[in-house]
Ligand binder design. Structure first.
Ligand code: HEC
Ligand code: HEC
Length: 452
């Protein structure tokens, strides 16, 4: 009797197990089928709209990043007359003009994909005069100069404007040094923004803004050097640090930024805040910008006096482009280092140090390599001076996302390039944190940084 009952209990349990296993198989199969339907393109209407929207945003954002001047010709052409210096006296401008050779020497890049096959073969055979500004005009007409938009009418350069790609793109040098395929988001550390701007025949608008003479503006621009720009100069008028060196900062990469909260060296805001800032206040495009922090007359005397905290242009050529521009930027991955550019075994040992003894990952949290959350630190926390931090609203430094470090080793590291090499960076932290790393450990850490 007892046995029979126990048996029937066992049977019941077995049955329940069997049925629930069957249910699980059934449910599992159902979701597999749904997954397959997705793969076959049988998306819900909402999913389909999202996918199409993502693709449209990418396309539009790429176009804006590469080609949009936001109407900044009003500054570079109408005010500074930079187009006249590029054309040169022979083509209706002023001075010697800018030949392709000169353009390449100040770090401008040529997009080989914009060149017709005939021109490519002429270039290959050395039949293009790279010392003639007329060739520069021809390249501008082809829209082949990365980040520079020229309107060329016959032999005359009517206007010039700059795009985001001017500073944040380079080329892969696949055709020749400075000529190749576009690499969006890479910091152009060859570009001498100051030297290019200093060519402008009329720097009076900048001189008026800063309350100095044109000669002083030229001196400041020439002090920047390659790969640097001073985004805060038009806000606070500070051109030099207390030690007499230029106050300009390095151009950072604009890739690998998804998941990163605050942007710029000093964490001014999100990507889209900064995009609006740059398009309006640095490129001098025509748009709308609101940031009441710039009304602080003690910290930002020039911005406060000129109402930069509340800019309203009509028409607004910027705001409608911000959503896709942000989307595109967040989509650009940090490029992986080419094989053979670092020692993999040493890098693996370096990773252990980075995440352990050397304490790096307390701030540079993998895989975004900055803190998820409020990624800001006082100058004292990283053992450096507060000059640049004080030029920003928050007076902190933002933990740099480290992916793709290998692409921007020119010009050094930290906001002002104060550390020439990655080993210098590691030595700084080792001294400051008192971590007592051996020479071999430091070398491992450097290999790891090169592998990111
Ligand atoms: C004249 C050169 C120049 C141009 C043009 C330029 N930028 Fe920048 N960009 C910089 C510099 C320099 C910084 C660092 C500023 C700072 O920290 O004070 C920067 C910072 C950034 C950052 C922050 C990166 C990070 O690590 O957080 C983003 C994003 C960015 N720029 C996007 C853009 C976009 C989008 C455009 C076009 C609307 C643009 N930039 C135009 C020079 C430029
Ligand atoms: C307390 C937080 C903190 C710790 C710990 C820390 N860093 Fe940083 N790191 C920062 C900040 C903030 C910056 C930006 C400095 C600046 O803007 O000048 C930075 C910048 C860097 C840069 C320069 C990036 C660039 O684009 O130029 C490198 C490289 C770097 N850190 C590596 C390391 C390594 C390696 C360690 C461990 C030995 C480490 N960091 C530990 C906060 C930290």
């Amino acid at each position: 009797m007892f046995r029979a009952r126990a048996e029937s209990r066992l049977t019941k349990i077995a049955l329940v197990l069997f049925v629930s296993a069957g249910m699980m198989v059934f449910l599992g199969t159902r979701s597999d089928v749904e997954g397959q339907n997705r793969g076959k393109g049988k998306l819900t209407e909402a999913e389909r709209q999202t996918d199409a929207n993502a693709q449209r945003m990418l396309d539009e954002g790429k176009q804006t990043f590469r080609s949009d001047t936001f109407g900044d010709e009003a500054f570079w052409t109408d005010a500074l007359q930079l187009h006249r210096a590029i054309a040169g006296a022979n083509l209706g401008g002023v001075g010697p003009g800018v030949s392709p050779a000169t353009a390449l020497s100040v770090g401008l890049k040529v997009d080989v994909d914009a060149l017709p096959q005939s021109l490519i073969s002429q270039l290959k055979h050395g039949r293009v005069n790279l010392n003639d500004p007329a060739t520069t005009l021809a390249l501008l007409k082809l829209d082949a100069v990365v980040g520079l938009k020229g309107t060329v009418n016959g032999n005359s350069l009517q206007s010039i404007g700059i795009t985001c790609a001017f500073c944040h793109s380079t080329v892969d040098d696949s055709f020749a040094p400075g000529i190749g395929r576009r690499l969006d988001g890479w910091a152009n550390r060859d570009l001498n923004v100051g030297a290019i701007t200093a060519l402008s025949p009329n720097l009076q608008p900048v001189a008026d803004l800063l309350g100095v003479d044109q000669a002083t503006v030229r001196t400041v621009l020439q002090s920047w050097g390659p790969g640097k720009f001073d985004a805060e100069l038009f806000l606070d008028g500070k051109a030099f640090r207390p030690d007499g060196k230029s106050a300009a900062t390095l151009i950072p990469p604009a890739f690998g930024l998804a998941g990163v909260n605050l942007h710029t060296w000093t964490g001014w805001g999100s990507v889209t805040h900064w995009n609006a800032f740059v398009a309006n206040l640095e490129m001098h495009g025509q748009g709308t910008f609101y940031d009441p922090r710039l009304n602080d007359a003690a910290k930002f005397p020039i911005a406060a006096a000129n109402g930069f905290g509340n800019v309203r242009s009509n028409p607004d050529l910027i705001t409608a482009k911000l959503p896709a521009l942000q989307f595109y930027q967040l989509a650009i991955p940090a490029p992986a280092p080419p094989p053979g550019t670092f020692d993999a075994a040493a890098a693996a040992r370096g990773a252990t140090l980075f995440n352990g003894t050397a304490k790096c990952s307390t701030c540079h949290v993998p895989p975004i390599f900055t803190e998820p959350g409020w990624n800001m630190h006082t100058p004292a926390e990283i053992g450096i001076d507060d000059f640049q931090a004080k030029r920003s609203p928050d007076e902190h430094y933002r933990t740099s996302p480290l992916k793709g470090l290998w692409t921007h080793q020119k010009g050094g590291f930290y906001h002002d390039g104060r550390f020439a090499t990655l080993l210098d960076v590691v030595n700084h932290y080792n001294t400051f944190f008192g971590t007592n790393l051996s020479a071999a450990q430091k070398a491992d850490l450097v290999e790891y940084l090169k592998s990111l």
